[in-house]
Design a protein around this ligand. Structure first.
Ligand SMILES: *[C@@H]1O[C@H](CO)[C@@H](O)[C@H](O)[C@H]1NC(C)=O
Ligand SMILES: *[C@@H]1O[C@H](CO)[C@@H](O)[C@H](O)[C@H]1NC(C)=O
Ligand SMILES: *[C@@H]1O[C@H](CO)[C@@H](O)[C@H](O)[C@H]1NC(C)=O
Length: 404
């Protein structure tokens, strides 16, 4: 019995380590005049289309894809802080926010739709369903989805690309996951897609609970950082979803981005796409700074009542200085500046937040959904730009829409 439990536990660990999901098959009427954003280019913008969930306009293939995923139960599978369907759509959306093509975003949507050798629960069976998949997402995207399922993604991304720090110009020949005698060729373009997709995959799903699960509260051991996983540090009984503060993943993603940015297409007509995060992937965030910034941020979130406004502002400023890549600190700063009736600093913070929001396409603080962060930040932006200050009646706060 005990041995069985250990085997099951190890199997579970492998699934989680292999990054996841494969294992699962405005009350504002009183004040609001309009919810039209004043900071962006509205409906033509991919950002607005995604917020509006206008999937048909974003990519005509999408409505059918989503229907098929639901038919196969993706909306009923648990996945980290949401459902599997939400995760797949989240990865798809981030890829489009990052300027990737429809094809690459569809790869994100179906990234683990076929099983791999570690798990046999999958939404599609590669021995029977490849034609269905080709029809759903097109042959080009299907080919890449299939490639991602026959190689050991963890080995390629973490043990090879991250270690070497570059995308090899000649590509990589790697073992076939199910057939050791066979090798699979991954071109530089495919390696770039694999890296960028992995960045989006981590960004969408990771929050503090995974850090606690693998390393406890000290956050030294991590499922993300190569070589730090240590089963004796696991807290597998951590109650889901825990406190749900931001997880420590941006430092890892900044490293992946740096590798992705080494992609140099032979054909100079090919677009050299780089995710817009971390200054177009030219900067690395250290894990130490990320942890320090999140401690300051979380200290404000959890101790708000016991701190002066000055302390809160100091801590948030320190947090966004140590770690300039997350928007939530700027959002809270915008609110604090509005409390102090400093519309100029509030506007600066809200603008910075919106700029970062548009580069990420997902939230770091996963307590709230991305759309909620965007709309709240826009309220802060509007109050600052119209010099509305902050109401003293909580009725007015509770009734914020995007208001005048
Ligand atoms: C908004 O988008 C439209 C259509 O794409 C374009 O013509 C217009 O110049 C854009 N406006 C701004 C302010 O970017
Ligand atoms: C894992 O953690 C235990 C307990 O803290 C320690 O004794 C052991 O050396 C660690 N193992 C590795 C491989 O770091
Ligand atoms: C990132 O690249 C885009 C497009 O090439 C450019 O407009 C933008 O200014 C760059 N951002 C940074 C921070 O370098």
């Amino acid at each position: 019995m005990k041995r069985l439990a250990i085997v099951l536990f190890l199997a579970l660990l492998i699934c989680i380590a292999l990054s996841d999901e494969e294992s699962q098959t405005c009350d504002s009427e009183i004040l609001a005049t309009s919810c039209t954003p004043e900071d962006g280019n509205q409906s033509h913008d991919i950002f607005e289309l995604i917020l509006a969930e206008e999937y048909e306009t974003i990519d005509p293939y999408l409505p059918n894809c989503i229907k098929e995923l639901k038919k196969r139960g993706a909306h009923r599978c648990w996945h980290k802080h949401s459902t599997f369907l939400d995760h797949l759509l989240g990865v798809h959306n981030i890829l489009r926010f990052w300027g990737e093509s429809e094809v690459v975003a569809r790869v994100g949507l179906f990234h683990s739709a076929y099983s791999n050798s570690y798990v046999n629960l999958a939404l599609f069976d590669p021995s029977k369903d490849r034609n269905i998949m080709k029809e759903l997402i097109g042959p080009e995207a299907e080919e890449i989805v299939h490639l991602f399922c026959i190689v050991d993604r963890q080995k390629v991304v973490v043990e090879t690309l991250l270690v070497q720090g570059v995308i090899p110009m000649q590509g990589l020949h790697v073992p076939h996951l199910r057939n050791e005698d066979e090798t699979v060729y991954l071109s530089p373009e495919i390696l770039r897609i694999l890296l960028v997709f992995t960045m989006a995959d981590v960004a969408d799903q990771y929050f503090e609970w995974q850090d606690v699960l693998f390393g406890g509260s000290d956050k030294i051991n991590s499922m993300l950082v190569p070589g730090t996983d240590n089963i004796s540090k696991h807290q597998s009984k951590s109650i889901w979803p825990g406190r749900s503060s931001p997880g420590i993943w941006m430092s890892y993603v900044s490293q992946l981005g740096m590798v992705a940015s080494t992609y140099n297409p032979k054909d100079s007509n090919l677009d050299r796409k780089i995710p817009p995060v971390f200054g177009n992937c030219t900067q690395i965030l250290s894990r130490e700074l990320e942890i320090a910034a999140i401690e300051l941020y979380w200290n404000v979130v959890t101790n708000e009542a016991h701190q002066s406004d000055e302390d809160i502002i100091d801590k948030l400023q320190m947090a966004v200085t140590l770690h300039p890549y997350f928007f939530e600190g700027h959002v809270m700063l915008a609110q604090k500046y509005l409390h102090a009736n400093d519309n100029i600093l509030a506007l600066k913070s809200a603008e910075k937040a919106l700029e970062l929001i548009k580069t990420w396409g997902t939230s770091y603080d996963k307590r709230m959904a991305f759309g909620a962060w965007v709309s709240w930040t826009r309220v802060m932006h509007q109050r600052a730009s119209k010099e509305l200050g902050w109401p003293s009646s909580s009725w007015d706060v509770n009734n914020f829409g995007l208001v005048l």
